[in-house]
Design a protein around this ligand. Sequence first.
Ligand SMILES: [Zn+2]
Ligand SMILES: [Zn+2]
Length: 365
Amino acid sequence: MTKVLTAVIPEPGATVELREVAEPELEENSALLVVELSEVCGTDVHLQRGRLAGVPYPLVPGHVSVGRLEKIRGRLFDVEGRELREGDRVTFLDVHRTCNACWHCLVAKATTRCPARKVYGITYGLSDTLAGGWAEKIYLKPATRCIPLEGVDAETFMAGGCALPTALHAIERARIPLGATVLVLGSGPVGLSAIILSLTSGALKVLCTGAPDARLEAARAVGAHATLNVEAHTESERAEWVLSHTSGRGADVVFEAAGAASAVVEAMRYARDAGTVVVVGQYTDHGEVAFNPHLDLNRKHLDVRGCWGSDFSHFYRGAQLMADPARREPWSRLRLERFNLAQANDALDSVASGRVVKALIDPRG
Ligand SMILES: [Zn+2]
Ligand SMILES: [Zn+2]
C-alpha cells in the first residue's frame, strides 16, 4: 500500500505531528494531487489553538495549495469545459459542496454562508480523507473545482495564496471610487493583497497600519504610500496620523484586516463621512467591543460591510490576475519563507508572531 506523509494537528492546542497514512482509493471523477506548495496562514494558527468551531480533529491543515494531478479516475473539467489531464499543474477552490439548492445559495445569493459548505484543510478532517495541503498528496473529491495554472510557477501563485481570493472579495464589497484614498488596517497577507488590489482598482493613495516593521516594509514594497506601526502608537496618535494623510477627513474606504475586535471600531473612526468600511479580519470570535452608534456610525452616514469567505468567482479571478505577468508583479516583491512538513510547528510560530511575511509549506522540502 502506498503511504503519504502528512503533518497533522491531532487535537486543539496540540503540536503538529507527522503521520503516514494510506493513499486513498479514487472514486469516479476524482483525482490525486501531488502538492508542490501549500501555506500557513492566520487561520492555521487559529486551528492549532482550537479557536474555530466545527473543526474535525485530527486535521491536516493547508487549505489553498498548488500541485500536479498525479492520477485522475474518470474525467475532470475546468469551468471553461477544458478537460484536465494527469500532469497538469492546478490549484483548486478549497470550498467544496456549496449546494446551489438551499435558501442561502438561491435566495440570499450568499453562497459563502451555505450550510452544506465544506472547506479543505479546515472543516474536512483526516477521517474524511487526505484533505489538506500539509501533505505529500491531496485527494480531490468529485466536484472539486480545479483551476489550471499555466505560465505561473507555484511560488508566485502562493505568494497570494488564500489571502488573494479573500482580499478580492473584500475589494468587491468596497467598490472603491477612482482616485480614492484607502486605509488598510493590518499588514498580514490579506492586508498586503488588499493594498495591491486597491491600487489595481483605482485608489490613488493607500495607507496601512500594522506590525511588525518587516510587514510594514512589505506593505510599502507592494505600494502603500505610508505606513504606521500600531504597536508603537496610541489610538489617538493613530487617528491623528490618518487625518494628517487625508486632509483631515478620514479615508474614503477602510479595510479592517487586523483581527482584533477593536480594529473594527477604529476602522469606523478612521473612515470619512459617507465612507465605506469593509470588515474582513474577524475570522474568529475575538469577543465584543463597544462603539457609539451616533458618533461612530449614523452621524457619519457610514456604509459598514462584512465579508465572509470567498467563492469560486474570487478564486478564479485571483488565478487570472496571477497568470498575468504585469498584474502579479507586486506579489513577487514579498519575502517568502519555506518550511517542510517536519518544520510545521516553526512555521506556525513564525506566522503567529508575524516574523515572516508569508510562510509556505513545501512537502517535498
Ligand atoms: Zn488561509
Ligand atoms: Zn447551499
